[in-house]
Design a protein around this ligand. Structure first.
Ligand code: KG4
Ligand code: ZN
Length: 339
């Protein structure tokens, strides 16, 4: 089954053609970074306007790159939420119109489920059940995953998402947007122990997260070290961001492995933009292997927003005969269906 997948939940316009939910024929992502960079974050109004300009060329490109036409497609899947409603509506309305004129079946997909399923685009995906960490700009949650559509949430952030914390710290230090990749790069050859930032754990057994206190600790550190006339030294910037990154990574690794232990599972899957982080990938592999837990992380381009992961989930539902009505709406909040 050949699925045309569309993703416009935030600031990237994505379209992909995926065979049987596993093999990518094309996966096109048009980034809007250059538009939002000067504002230090995504401006929703500008994002939706850009999606409107991009959606037709990006879908056309995905079909061309996949060497297919609409006649070869068996179904359409599209992100329905959670995300920015104005952005979601562009992809959703486009998918519904396409479904109406081509009479192809279509299905709305949850963005979190798509992130959790990106791992099935890799050569050796995990078997169910597994622990899934979704760690992105909008979400930081731990799930027990027993199959497609079978999720149990074990914990979530009570304030900022981890990616949001990366973006805010980068903004504070005028490092640009999005902050995650910049901090990742700056931390490459620096000392993660230079500054001891807090590791918020919210109680011994809690699987919830909190990153706003850590962000405040970075703000306070910066305030207590006023910027000299020539600006902060590159060394100090590197010390701050790599120590901040280490604190985030410590918490994510600890809670993910704690969840695996609590559930008696030996497989963990990381997903979402922050799962592209080099230090997180390295540290979780190290620590999991000591506990005989196997770690699965998608390639970095499948961690950040993309349409191929929407094609994985779309295929799983379409092949079971699940369809969405043309009245389907977009939602900024959309919980996963729980067990
Ligand atoms: O999954 P994603 O592309 O979009 C959302 O659904 O939010 O995640 C974007 C987030 C941003 O906050 C970005 O700073 C962060 O993921 N991110 C990273 C890295 N690459 C992207 N954070 C840390 N290290 C990275 N290498
Ligand atoms: Zn995302």
């Amino acid at each position: 089954m050949l699925v045309l997948a569309i993703e416009t939940s935030c600031d990237d316009t994505g379209a992909a053609v995926v065979l049987n939910g596993r093999k990518i024929l094309s996966n096109v992502v048009s980034s809007q970074v250059s538009i939002h960079q000067k504002y230090g974050g995504v401006v929703p109004e500008l994002a939706s306007r850009r999606h409107i300009e991009s959606i037709v060329p990006i879908v056309t490109e995905a079909l061309e790159m996949g060497k297919v036409t609409l006649r070869d497609i068996d179904g359409i899947s599209v992100t329905q939420g959670p995300g920015l409603v104005g952005s979601l509506l562009v992809g959703l309305s486009f998918a519904k119109s396409l479904s109406f004129v081509t009479r192809l079946p279509f299905v709305g997909v949850n963005h979190i489920e798509a992130h959790l399923s990106a791992i099935f685009l890799e050569e050796k995906p995990p078997k169910f059940p597994f622990i899934g960490l979704v760690v992105s700009g909008g979400h930081t949650s731990l799930f027990r995953v027993d199959g497609f559509g079978k999720y149990k949430r074990l914990g979530q952030t009570r304030d900022d998402a981890a990616g949001e914390a990366f973006d805010k710290v980068a903004k504070l230090l005028s490092l640009g947007y999005p902050g995650g990749p910049v901090i990742d790069e700056l931390s490459k050859s620096s000392n993660p122990k230079a500054i001891r930032f807090p590791r918020p754990s919210l109680g011994k057994n809690s699987l919830d997260f909190s990153f706003s206190g850590l962000k405040t600790a970075v703000v306070n550190y910066v305030k207590s070290h006023p910027e000299p006339a020539g600006g902060y030294s590159e060394e100090l910037i590197r010390d701050i961001v790599s120590s901040f990154q280490e604190a985030v990574v410590d918490v994510l690794v600890k809670k993910t492995l704690q969840a695996a232990q609590n559930q008696g599972l030996r497989r963990v899957v990381l997903s979402g933009g922050v799962a592209a982080n080099r230090r997180l990938r390295e540290r979780i592999k190290e620590e999991a292997s000591q506990q005989k837990v196997k770690v699965y992380i998608p390639s970095p381009s499948f961690c950040t927003d993309n349409a191929a992961m929407v094609g994985v989930v779309g295929y799983e539902y379409l092949k079971r005969g699940i369809r969405s009505p043309l009245s389907l709406n977009a939602f900024s909040n959309l919980p996963l269906s729980f067990l």
